[in-house]
Design a protein around this ligand. Structure first.
Ligand SMILES: *Cc1c(COP(=O)(O)O)cnc(C)c1O
Length: 441
């Protein structure tokens, strides 16, 4: 609906009273906000009659399109039954069914689901649960964590302590008990002539050396399996996960798989860990779990961890809670999302879509400024060289002019489209991105 006056009014009011996330507010003077009117499928629509292909799934959350009829119907149905109730002392069918379904499909032995509100809260829960487990087991000295270089696990203070992105972390250094990092198996960092797999083995060796020295004080190793998202879609060989699992077992350190971004089919398998043929001690889910509709996160864990808390003593229990823990509307959205995976054979359909996009992207990846073209499942990324001043912002702006929502990280451009993207939309994505690259050259 073309309504420029309403558009200007919404921008003015938003800047007056809404403090936007991940933003230097002053930059909205030169790069205006875009009020959205509606969404449908892979598209977002503004008030000026423009549309934008949501090539980043609205911050990696949307799986089956905006205003998906099946998810809408499930939420509507739940809304008429029970919108929310506390989960301590009470339970409800959506949270039970969701836990049962996840238990069926997750890597083996992850039978217990603990609920949080968003990704960062899942990280907090896993860190606390891991350290508390060791304490209950008589190892109260195991209180440290390790993560990969350039890792991202959320931005609350506990999650920031295992996050290695300077821009998000440095201002809060004094508030955080910063944890050690080990080398990232990011295949771009392999030596010339060294395969991604060999480099992954070399990084696993460094992990082993670190644990050999420090395991007595380490509770857990947290990792984003296969793709480190906020590091700039850094991809690694699945054998790293296999080796990391063996090493963590050898040194009695938990393995936390943060699948907040990479879970739910994003890497080609339902869970990224499947590609390393491993089962972590904690599996974190959020983002796509509700199809991108409502905040919800889940920490799945094993029976021996659960049993370490099961006791007559209240203090040995895991007393963590959030007001909206296990919200029924969010659980119904998640159940509808899992139904779509099953009914539409989504993983196989995605495999064909990924092959198609890889085929048609040949001219884009051959462009002289495109480096490190890579793909895992439904994630594609490349760097643009030489890197230019304010590349990310200029690329974002030019993308919008070409009906694309691209949101580069530094000089890394990536595609992470909703799974409903069709061939015509993929062609548009690739062709328009090429046009944007031409303009930036
Ligand atoms: C997004 C993300 C988080 C944090 O999730 P929020 O819902 O933004 O708090 C944690 N880990 C990874 C890997 C993520 O991509």
């Amino acid at each position: 609906m073309h309504n420029p006056a309403q558009n200007a009014d919404l921008i003015r009011r938003s800047l007056f009273s809404v403090w936007h996330p991940c933003s230097q507010m002053k930059q909205y003077e030169s790069f205006p906000l875009i009020p959205l009117e509606r969404g449908k499928g892979a598209w977002l629509y503004d008030f000026e009659g423009n549309r934008y292909l949501d090539a980043v799934s609205s911050w990696w959350v949307n799986l089956f399109g905006h205003c998906n009829p099946k998810i809408n119907a499930a939420i509507r149905d739940q809304l008429e039954r029970l919108e929310h109730a506390m989960l301590a002392g009470f339970t409800h069918e959506p949270v039970i069914k969701l836990s049962e379904r996840l238990r069926e499909i997750a890597p083996s032995s992850l039978g217990h689901c603990f609920y949080g509100s968003d990704g960062a809260s899942a990280t907090e829960i896993a860190l606390k649960m891991s350290a508390h487990y060791w304490r209950n087991m008589g190892h109260s000295d195991k209180t440290q964590f390790i993560s990969l270089k350039n890792s991202y696990h959320g931005e609350t203070l506990g999650a920031l302590s295992v996050t290695d992105v300077a821009l998000f972390r440095d201002a809060y250094g004094a508030l955080i008990s910063q944890q050690a990092t080990v080398a990232s198996p990011d295949a771009r960092l392999a030596d010339p002539g060294e395969s991604g797999e060999d480099y992954a083995a070399r990084c696993a060796q460094m992990l082993e050396e670190h644990l050999a020295r420090h395991h007595r004080s380490i509770a857990a190793f947290i990792v984003e399996p296969l793709v480190q998202g906020a590091a700039g879609m850094a991809m690694h060989h699945p054998s790293y996960l296999t080796l990391a699992r063996q090493i963590c077992d050898r040194y009695e350190v938990h393995l936390i798989a943060d699948e907040i971004a990479v879970g739910m089919g994003r890497t080609g398998t339902m869970f990224a860990c499947e590609q390393g043929k491993i089962s972590p001690d904690f599996l974190l889910l959020s983002k796509g779990i509700t199809g991108g509709y409502l905040p919800l996160s889940i920490v799945m864990t094993k029976d021996d961890i659960y049993q370490a808390f099961y006791d007559d003593s209240t203090a040995r229990g895991f007393l963590h809670s959030h007001s909206y823990t296990g919200n029924p509307l969010a659980c119904r959205a998640a159940l509808a999302t899992l139904d779509i995976f099953r009914q539409d054979d989504v993983l196989n359909a995605n495999r064909r879509k990924a092959e198609y996009l890889n085929r048609i992207s040949e001219p884009l990846r051959e462009m002289p400024m495109v480096r490190n073209w890579r793909n895992t499942g439904m994630i594609w990324a490349f760097e643009v060289a030489p890197s230019r001043d304010r590349f990310a912002q200029r690329c974002f702006q030019l993308g919008l002019q070409h009906e694309l929502l691209l949101r580069p990280m530094g000089n890394t451009v990536y595609f992470m489209p909703p799974y409903v993207v069709d061939e015509e939309e993929m062609r548009l994505l690739v062709e328009r991105t090429s046009a944007v690259m031409e303009r930036l050259a």
